[in-house]
Write a protein that binds this ligand. Structure first.
Ligand SMILES: [Mg+2]
Length: 255
C-alpha cells in the first residue's frame, strides 16, 4: 500500500466526512464508526468533462453543430447516452441518430469535424464545475497522488489542461490511450492505478456520468458521484454528492 494511503477525506471541521473510507468492507456504510477510523485512499482519480469542467455543454454545441452541418438534428435522448463516452462510440451514436452510415470512414470524418469544433470551443474558455479547483488543490495539499482519467482524446485534453492545470496530476489517461477499452470498461481507471503504482481498491474516483461511474466501479475504485447532465442512482461503492464544494482532504497521522 502506498504510504499516502493513510488518509481520511472529510468536508472539513464540523462538516463531517466526505467519504468514510472503508476499504473493501462493503458492510461499512456512511456514518458507521468503523469506517470513520479506517484508512483513507492512496490516490484520487478525477474524470474531466462534467466533473472538473462544465464542458459537456460545449460538447453538446459541437455535436449539434455537426448534426446541422450534415442536415440533421441530434435527439436529446441520444445526446444523453453519449455523456461519458469516447469519441468513436459517440460518433457512431450521432451518425445513427441522424440517419447516416456508421462505417469507419464516416466515423473518422465525423470525429475530426467534432474534435476541431470542440477545440475552438475549449480555446474560448472552459467553465469550472463548482468546488473543482479547491478539490484539486486539497488533494495536492494532502500529499495524495492524483490522476486525470478522461474519455476525451489527448489533443483536446491538452487544451483543457491549459485551464485545469497539469500540476494537479501525477498522470493523465486519455480516451485514445486505452486501446479502445473506454469507459464503461474498467481499463481507463486500471491504467491510471497502474501508472500511479497503487491498487484500484486504494483509489477514490470522482465521476459525473453513469458510464464513468460504471468504469470506476468495475475497476474496483470507490466513487464520489456528482451528477452533472445525467441523473445518477445510489450504489454500494459510490457516495452521491451535489457538488465538489466543501471538498477537503485531511491528513491523519502516519501511525
Ligand atoms: Mg464526465
Amino acid at each position: 500500500m502506498h504510504a499516502a494511503s493513510r488518509r481520511t477525506l472529510s468536508l472539513g471541521p464540523g462538516q463531517g466526512p466526505l467519504l468514510y473510507w472503508g476499504g473493501f468492507d462493503r458492510d461499512v456504510k456512511l456514518g458507521d464508526p468503523r469506517a470513520m477510523s479506517s484508512t483513507g485512499p492512496a490516490a484520487v482519480l478525477f474524470d474531466m468533462d462534467g466533473t472538473l469542467i462544465d464542458s459537456e455543454k460545449l460538447w453538446t454545441i459541437a455535436l449539434d453543430d455537426y448534426a446541422v452541418h450534415r442536415g440533421g438534428r441530434l435527439s436529446e435522448a441520444t445526446r444523453e447516452h453519449m455523456v461519458g463516452s469516447n469519441m468513436t462510440r459517440s460518433m457512431v451514436m450521432l451518425l445513427a441518430d441522424i440517419g447516416l452510415p456508421t462505417g469507419p470512414d464516416e466515423v473518422d470524418r465525423a470525429a475530426s469535424w467534432v474534435a476541431a469544433r470542440t477545440a475552438e470551443l475549449f480555446h474560448d474558455g472552459l467553465p469550472w464545475r463548482p468546488g473543482a479547483q479547491d478539490a484539486l488543490r486539497a488533494v495536492r495539499a494532502a500529499g495524495l497522488r492524483s490522476a486525470l482519467v478522461t474519455s476525451t482524446i489527448r489533443s483536446l485534453t491538452e487544451i483543457a489542461l491549459d485551464t485545469i492545470g497539469r500540476e494537479h496530476f501525477d498522470v493523465t489517461v486519455c480516451g485514445d490511450e486505452v486501446d479502445g477499452r473506454n469507459k464503461p470498461h474498467p481499463e481507463p481507471y486500471l491504467k491510471a492505478a497502474r501508472l500511479l503504482g497503487v491498487e484500484p481498491g486504494e483509489c477514490v474516483a470522482v465521476e459525473d456520468s453513469p458510464t464513468g461511474v460504471a468504469s470506476a466501479e468495475a475497476a474496483g475504485c470507490r466513487v464520489i458521484a456528482i451528477p452533472c447532465e445525467v441523473p445518477l442512482q445510489p450504489g454500494e461503492r459510490r457516495v452521491l454528492r451535489e457538488s465538489l464544494e466543501g471538498f477537503d482532504v485531511t491528513a491523519l497521522s502516519a501511525a
